[in-house]
Design a protein around this ligand. Structure first.
Ligand code: SF4
Length: 477
């Protein structure tokens, strides 16, 4: 799915007690750019003052001015890369959000989607709350503002106990850096420490590697982390229960060089490729290629298990960021060719296994199959390292309606015909689950494959059907 419009939700990072807090957060966000490219922002705290710089676009677009980082004073900072899932893509929704509470300012950066926000927002508005954005993250701020407690940690705990769904958040006050992960553990969040005593929290450990912080451990589901002048303290805020980590973090979202529970994502993704090879061998194929970059690791696993040679049959142009693509007619016509170029010498007269991590709409694979055949491929056998996506995600992935999903109303054979390949095989849910970490209390959300939503999503489904109705009738929802 390296190239369709399946996008991540967000990346968050926080640094506590370092001379170069803003600069470190900037570079950390750079490592997390894959999680969101729509907007970026950093907030720092310095002797009672908060400094903020934010804007629409990728990190380098937002922080292009010479003083953008220099003006962010202070030894602590949080940052956010956003891809909008709840709330529209607008300036008002850029995070970190900053709010003045009774006892001073706080900034919040949130990764994930809350699922009971419509009722909560309505209730807060009836009580007089005025919202400045349409993002669900602002609900947490309003709930904190209404808490009777004095300490920020207690206000935060009060607020997050009232929300449901996916959240991995960082919060900055004048006195501490906080991080919290929802009790189901949908989105990742981890803790790092520098040898100079500084602490960090981030969505993925790849940010720590760049900044020279050592990965300490994950923030476990239902835990809040408080980092202040006394050090780091773990404060559980919910009873341990079965987790529902998003299995798509392992399939596609997280970088293969990031670690979860101490192990690299790379290991699990290779395992998916191996299991895929066992489930769907490709007979007398000659080579295995990947749709770069996100499918590279699974393709390596497939190749090693099948004994087929892994080749670079498609070259991706890394300088075609989606924010730079203007939808002109010429560019639309170039389509997928702008992003991928097949290597004729590798593909010519070969029977090719093409490993892809997921298929959402199938539009890119359909175009790629034409390109690969034009480059001389004799046969195309597509192998997908996740099951067919049949159901919308209400926890952060950017497709949220049935109509967008090719597997919603098509069988595997119909999809094969649609994308124009010789064979098509998907990894089963069982073998996908067998590829990821197991243990007591560890569970996964697989709702986009199975339709088994771990929480009540009736509000979202009702909203989606109203939206469908209003699109047909032109009414407002
Ligand atoms: Fe992840 Fe799919 Fe569950 Fe969404 S529905 S949280 S993408 S596993």
């Amino acid at each position: 799915m390296a190239c369709e419009t399946l996008r991540h939700n967000c990346g968050v990072i926080g640094i506590w007690d370092n001379d170069n807090a803003a600069e470190l957060v900037y570079h950390g966000l750079y490592s997390l750019q894959h999680r969101g490219q729509e907007s970026a922002g950093i907030v720092t705290a310095d002797n009672g003052h908060f400094y903020r710089h934010y804007g629409m676009g990728t990190l380098t677009q937002v922080f292009s001015g010479p003083d953008a980082i220099a003006k962010l004073k202070g030894r602590s900072a949080i940052g956010h890369n956003r891809y909008s899932t709840t709330g529209s893509s607008s300036h008002d929704n850029i995070q970190p959000l900053v709010a003045e509470l009774r006892d001073g300012p706080v900034a919040i950066a949130h990764n994930g989607n809350l699922v009971n926000t419509r009722k909560l927002r309505r209730k807060l508005q009836e009580d007089g709350a005025i919202f400045h954005s349409t993002t669900d993250s602002e609900i947490i701020v309003h709930l904190m503002a209404r808490s009777k407690h004095d300490k920020v940690r207690d206000k935060l705990r009060d607020a997050i106990k009232k929300v449901e769904g996916a959240y991995s958040i960082t919060v900055l006050s004048n006195h501490a850096l906080y991080a919290a992960r929802d009790p189901q553990g949908w989105r990742p969040l981890c803790i790092g420490k520098h040898e100079n005593g500084s602490w960090a929290v981030a969505s993925e450990t790849c940010a720590f590697d760049l900044l020279g912080y050592e990965y300490v451990r994950d923030v476990n589901p239902g835990e809040m982390v408080v980092i202040d002048e006394n050090g780091m303290e773990i404060v559980p805020f919910a009873k341990p229960k079965k987790t529902f980590q998003c299995i798509f973090e392992y399939v596609y979202f997280s970088r293969p060089d990031s670690r979860v529970a101490g192990e690299y994502i790379d290991k699990y993704r290779r395992r998916m490729g191996k299991n895929l090879s066992d489930e769907h061998p490709a007979g007398d194929a000659d080579i295995v290629i990947s749709v770069p970059d996100s499918s590279n690791t699974a393709a390596l696993g497939y190749a090693s298990q099948s004994g087929l040679k892994f080749e670079m049959g498609l070259i991706r142009n890394h300088y075609v960021g989606r924010t730079f693509i203007q939808p002109t007619q010429t560019m639309r016509e170039m389509g997928v060719r702008l992003k991928f170029n097949p290597v004729g010498g590798v593909l010519n007269d070969r029977k090719v296994v093409v490993v892809e991590d997921s298929i959402v709409r199938g539009t890119t694979l359909k175009k790629l199959s034409v390109l690969l055949r034009q480059a001389g491929a004799k046969e195309l056998h597509v192998r997908v390292s996740s099951p067919p996506i049949r159901f919308p995600c209400y926890y952060g992935m950017d497709f949220s309606s049935h109509g967008e999903l090719i597997a919603d109303d098509k069988s595997v054979e119909e999809i094969r015909k649609h994308i124009g390949v010789d064979s098509l095989g998907y990894l089963s849910v069982e073998r996908l689950l067998a590829s990821v970490p197991q243990g007591e209390g560890i569970g996964y959300c697989t709702a986009c494959f199975t339709g088994d939503y771990p929480t009540d999503v009736s509000e979202e489904i009702e909203y989606e059907s109203k939206l469908r109705y209003s699109t047909k009738t032109g009414e407002e929802t």
